[in-house]
Design a binder for this molecule. Sequence first.
Ligand code: SF4
Length: 1452
Amino acid sequence: MTVSAAQVVARIAHLSSSTVVSVKPASQPSLFNDTLNKLSASHPEVNVEHIAQNVDAGSIVAQIGSKDLISLLTIADQQTLTRLVPHLATLIRAPLVISVASFGEHSDIMALRQSGLILVHSSTVEQAHDHALLAARIAAQSKRAVLHFFEEASGEVEEVTDFDLVNFVGNSGSARANGVNGHANGVNGHVNVTEDEDGKTAGDDIEGAVDSAYSQVSELVGHAVEPFKLFGSQDATNVAVVLGSGAEALAASQAGLAVVDIRLVRPAVADRLLSSIPAAAQKIAVLEQSVRRTTRFGPLFVDVAGAFQGSDRSLPKVFVSGTLGSVEAGDVETAGQELISALDAGKHGFVIGSERKLVAKADANTSAGPVSVPKHEQAYNLMLEQVFNERLSVINSPSDETDSHPAALSPEYAFGQVLAQLEKRDELTDAVNEAIRETGHSSELHETLAQWVSSKEDAKKNVSLSNKLASLLESDVSSDALKKIKSLSTHLAFKSRWIVGSDAWAYDAGMGGVHHVIASGRNVNMLIFDSVPYSKRDAIAAHKRKKDIALYAMNYGSVYVASTAVYADYTQVLHALMEADRFEGPSIVLAYVPYKNVDAPALDVLRETKLAVDSGYWPLFRWDPSAEARGTEVFRLDGVRIREQLKQFLDRHNLFTSLANAKPTLSYDLAASQGTGLRDAQRRKAKEAYEKMLGSLDGPPLLVLYASDGGNAEKVAKKLTARAKARGVAARLLAMDDYPVTEELKDEKNVVFLTSTAGQGEPPQNARETYKAMHNKMAPGSLTEETNFTVFAMGDSHYWPRAEDAHYYNKPGKDFDKRLEILGAKRIAPIGLGDDQDADGYQTGYKIWEPLLWKALGVDTIEVKEAEPEPITNEHMKIASNYLRGTIKEGLADTSTGAIAETDGQLTKFHGTYQQYDRDTFEERKAAGLEPAYSFMIRARIPGGVCTPQQWLQLDDVSEKYANKTIKITTRQTIQYHCVLKSNLKAAMQGINKSLLDTIAACGDVNRNVMCSPNPALSELHNDVFEFSKSISEHLLPRMNAYHEIWLDKETDSSKQLLVGGALQDYEPLYGPYYLPRKFKIAIAVPPRNDVDCFAHDIGLIAIADPETKRLLGFNLSVGGGMGVTHSMKATYPRLGDVIGFVTPEQTLDACRTVMLIQRDTGNRANRKQARLKYTIDKVWGGADNFRAEVERRLGYKLAEPKEYHFETNTDQYGWTKDHLGNWHCTLWLENGRVKDEPGNPFRTGLRELAKIHKGNFRFTPNQHIIVSDIKPEDKDKIDAHLKEYKMNNWEHSGLKLSASACVAFPTCGLAMAESERYLPLLVEKVEKIFLANGLAKDEVTMRMAGCPNSCSRAWIAEIAFVGKAPGSYLMLLGGAHNGTRLNKIFRDNVGEEEILAVLEPIIKKYAQERITGETFGDFVIRAGIIAPTTSGAAFYDNVNTESTIPAPVQA
Ligand code: SF4
């Protein structure tokens, strides 16, 4: 197979190194990246860094400082190679291979020859292969840096196998290579050098190491690999010594000519070089491919001369130096003749071949080309454009091509430009002032001149005045002053001048550049990017920590400084940019945008940003010295989570003294680490409990350590502990990571490890530290047989369908079992394996294992007389809560933690709020000993999803003040806030209530927000139906005095009673003290649109119109819909409702209440996974017919038969629609319902501004979009113009994109198993390409994603669906009906993006080719035999075949 030298080299680099740094050329694709990317998929352990061409590669490599091999891959571009020079003194003693793809011209490479690098050259692909191995071997073995430069060419080569390669280089990288002591010792924190007792480094015998590497490589590849190679006869008298390509062909071109091909350039081994030169040589020419060299003689010439001079051999009479240019295949003969002629002439400086072509080829392949702005930095550029429009002047913008010199992008150069511009504007101002003093000008001109001066720095007025002045000067330049003004007219406009410092294009904004700007005192702004990922922060040299620039600048006192991060707080960046512009003096805005490489996904940038902001590494703040004069705060802290780190921040730099004085509220006390305290308290509590238990129980001690992500294993462990206690065992229970395993396990007598299985066979989150400690810190034999153990592992044997992945099944448990034995503990019962696939799930294995444990503990014969204590369930919590009060009030007042008590967490759901924590930062905070970053989600109750513009303004205000400045429109037609801190929770609740909306029953075991088809334009029935959604919601609302007392500080009858000494007495007429067994949902659809997915709810009402009057006749009543499922638990399934009858408007409230009360009375309260109405109907009532009979019995009358109806689609209709009254409604598309501002897309601002002028309503759709509704005809144009201005008229997308929908999932949803809202847009983009390629641009196909099987996005109904199982792994389903009347079916288990795209492509293609007119995708995949239809919820798992093949295309 033909391969390129770069591919061969990249492969060896990847397989032999622990880190590969690949330099991406600015203007062309990388030669190495395809190979690196492919290998990274199978070898993720190798750290591959992609860096831009103008980044300082040497500094990056120096910071990595690995004791294992590092490879740097680059093309021979001058900038990259020159930047290496200052680092080489350090790097030459590192295990480093620098592989340089050359295109013939070697001047820049040869400039590095004196640096101590070992230099090897390859002119063919085979040599590139052999020398890459050689270089890796030498570097790994002798810890010396090798530069291997190779001509980029293609050819065939027999490559060594991966196995041989890894062994070959790997062997040398181990103890032997590390010298005498076998350990790698870091020196100066950067590179590793090993020294023996005499202080000699292992790499000091370079020549010996090089020699032995040559023979080892020769042995490995099966042919001789040599430093020099002679082509031609030993008797030749004409000899060329060549460093470059084509030596063999050149030798063959002329009789009597021999050519010595130089492959090892450094170390220059004189003896062997001489021995390669024929003894008969009378004329020697030294040829080098260095056209641009500045010396008369090339370095090789000097080497050869030196070799002769240091030997007995005398130099031949003719010894000349020349240049080897480009010699193409047909020109070799001529080149040979040129060489002979040059030897005959005996003069230096001749050229063989074409110099011009050589240079042209090198230039074409290595020139830096136009610099592009990395995509992640574009966000800031867009914001600059958005804020300043035509006023914006980015002085060193890469898009400004007027000066192509690389220095034009440097901040220093830009600063010079700014100064020049400012001076010119000063000159202009002087000229204008002079012209004002002159007489004889027209009054208009005079007035304009005067106005210009007074508003020359007024962003608003300056534009029109400058334009006016310029046009007046067209006709009047009657004085010198006016002439001068005209000549300087380009400076009339008041610009917002920005110098941008980017790691990628204006590299190293550098302290130098910043210093000049600050010291100048001029009105210039600097935007300085920092792209160092938080996770790599420690590897970055101090001088590159941009965050420290802020402190430096603030120390000047007269500089505006802001530290921002667009992925953390968009609004703060906007404020900072505007304030910097307004500030009369230098401004520095630091912009954090962390990315590991330019192609890093946005999600990674987001996570890195969060970690940095959350940890206080990158604090968000603004420092505006001019604020003092205005009487406002100079320092504003914009981040909410950095306070505990602030002390560290202040202490480290010791520059904030004045700040701390000025802002005493930022007390140092805040720095106390609450997390550490909590952990200590937790440990103390555990120990006390342990001691107490030991005192009260006399049976054997038992420690149960559990690890659980989803809570299942935790429940089993709790139950086990309770059962142990019932047998008199002194049992105690701890999460694994809360137990100090390294210190205390050795003292335990009996211990049970009980764990579930996460992700790809990994331990759950709360066992990761234990797992690592037991495998890395605890040595074999560190336990004794005094410690008895047994393990119970829980997993799903079908989770990994491929045979090669089967070992992941219950892997953590098996690993613990094996490791405990190795550590020396004694197994008292064999490992128990709980398998979700067994008949009874995990219980099958558990029932066998548990008796073995009792037996081993000697308590198997103990009779358990008392009933085992029941675990606390939600039902217990509800009844004990005193009508949902619990200790919520007390929890809110507790400032020692961001959380509330666990039981209160269950109760607050009824109040419309959930406790969550940031899952992105969980690990990092845990490692730092901090509690998770707790916050709250708040959900409002908005029946029918309608709010007024005034209400929206209030809701938006809450998001700005207390949440994360975004609002999520949900699939239940309401809104949610995320990231509300406990300290803000009450204020946020009050803020929502101020809008006359509330959050009662938005979550919890009650009737939730009642939904209804949202678009008034689509049916005359709409208004009647909407009124019903409100009245049903009110009718089924819990009274919840607790809500008013806790959140609104209102007195209720109950609280008044408490005040006079009585007990709180509440009354819930509908719900009673237990409320419902589970949540309860109602939706109303207005055919033909089923946009509410009415069959997905416990009650679905289908509005039926009177054919005559067109008014509401009544509703078909559907019952028993529900989406929630537990993976692998077939007793759980999604279900669509059954239509059981028709109710008139008068009967509707009663019917709804009756259905809900049957569920209250007969729903399963023992098992929440079986508690929804769908299971009550199927399992308690034996089906919909019996349930209907019960409804009729309770109502006291028969339900009428359902009326006819017809649904077409469950999607939204975008854009403008007009209703029967002549009013307009406009449905806006909003990606996954997230109202937010983004660079270039200020949707939230647009909506807020719209609310100020809109006189109708806003309506939220169940597909998470917004309708600007009830617009009078006369207002339509104004609204339309506003939508255009803010780019909110954005519904021109593909049908797929418009029909896609995702739930929230990561980072806030505690139940998420995989990404959803953050990932679906990326997936849609890729699937969309397949749709477009098949001509399906406008076809609506519902594609939904959910982060877990609860499926808040109603994924089980979509035509294409993905339901998260683990990060990056989804259940894929097909075949839902486009109108929401059929569930889909599992098509593939555990698929990632690659497989999703691979299976979808042929199916979509088939659909495009074979569908019949009007056939929807969901119907087609069933007709085409791709998937079986799901006929009912209970049959959801029937006919699932996750390995089915896609039927062949039907032949035309
Ligand atoms: S479907 Fe699951 S992951 Fe998504 S928001 Fe609902 S509970 Fe969270």
